[in-house]
Design a protein around this ligand. Structure first.
Ligand SMILES: *Cc1c(COP(=O)(O)O)cnc(C)c1O
Length: 222
């Protein structure tokens, strides 16, 4: 598995304006260093402890993105350095990120995770629960988080039409939120969707951030 070749191939496929989050979870520092030497700076992780260890030992100009489910009691460990939190799925989590960001004097970019797949999942807002959270309005008082867009995962299926429909539904929802709540905000601009097996479809449906792991680093050993 040649990480440098893989990462260059994925990047070459992405149109301008679409950024690559190289998902390095479960892969060692050496793998990240190869991608880093190939020019990659944004890396995605989904476990707090693993991320903290990697952040401590790898170059300081890496932008770390947290892409997994984040427990409120662990926000404090990543608040000092995290560049973006992709999967904010409750107001409670958003408020905790705000609190920990305030303590370290930061404003943390966040994305709202929306459940778009036809699969059972404990995580993610439904379209309606997200609308309700934003309509309620308390989020506007959270001055240490910056809501910059939405994130979603399509159903794990071979049916490309279904995947495309799901990605398009997220793109439409992004547009609705932009118009309703964020029309004055140039920061609300990200749609995080697309993984190794479906990122070309996500890009066609308007993704701005693709999260690609195994296509770059190979299979993970859990
Ligand atoms: C692991 C993970 C990815 C990357 O998955 P690959 O199939 O390896 O590209 C993307 N997004 C999230 C939320 C993940 O947990």
């Amino acid at each position: 598995m040649d990480i440098e070749t893989n990462i260059k191939a994925v990047r070459a496929e992405l149109p301008e304006g679409v950024r690559l989050v190289a998902v390095s979870k479960f892969h060692p520092n050496e793998a990240i260093e190869v991608a880093y030497a190939a020019g990659q700076r944004i890396f995605g992780e989904s476990k707090v402890q693993e991320l903290v260890e990697k952040h401590t030992s790898l170059p300081a100009d890496i932008e770390w993105h947290f892409i997994g489910h984040l427990q409120t009691n662990k926000v404090k460990y990543i608040a000092p350095f995290i560049s973006m939190i992709h999967a904010v799925d409750s107001y409670k989590l958003l408020a905790e990120i705000n609190k920990q960001a305030a303590k370290v004097g930061r404003i943390i970019p966040c994305l709202l995770e929306i459940h778009i797949a036809q699969e059972e999942s404990k995580y993610g807002f439904t379209f309606d629960s997200c609308r309700a959270m934003l309509a309620e309005g308390s989020w506007q008082t959270l001055s240490h988080v910056s809501i910059q867009g939405v994130m979603g995962m399509a159903t794990n299926t071979e049916d490309e039409h279904q995947i495309t429909r799901e990605f398009e539904s997220l793109h439409r929802f992004f547009g609705e939120l932009k118009e309703t709540y964020f029309s004055g905000s140039s920061d609300f601009r990200e749609i995080s969707m697309g993984m190794s097996h479906d990122y070309p479809l996500a890009v066609k449906a308007g993704s701005t951030l693709v999260r690609v792991g195994s296509k770059i680093f190979g299979e993970r050993n859990y």
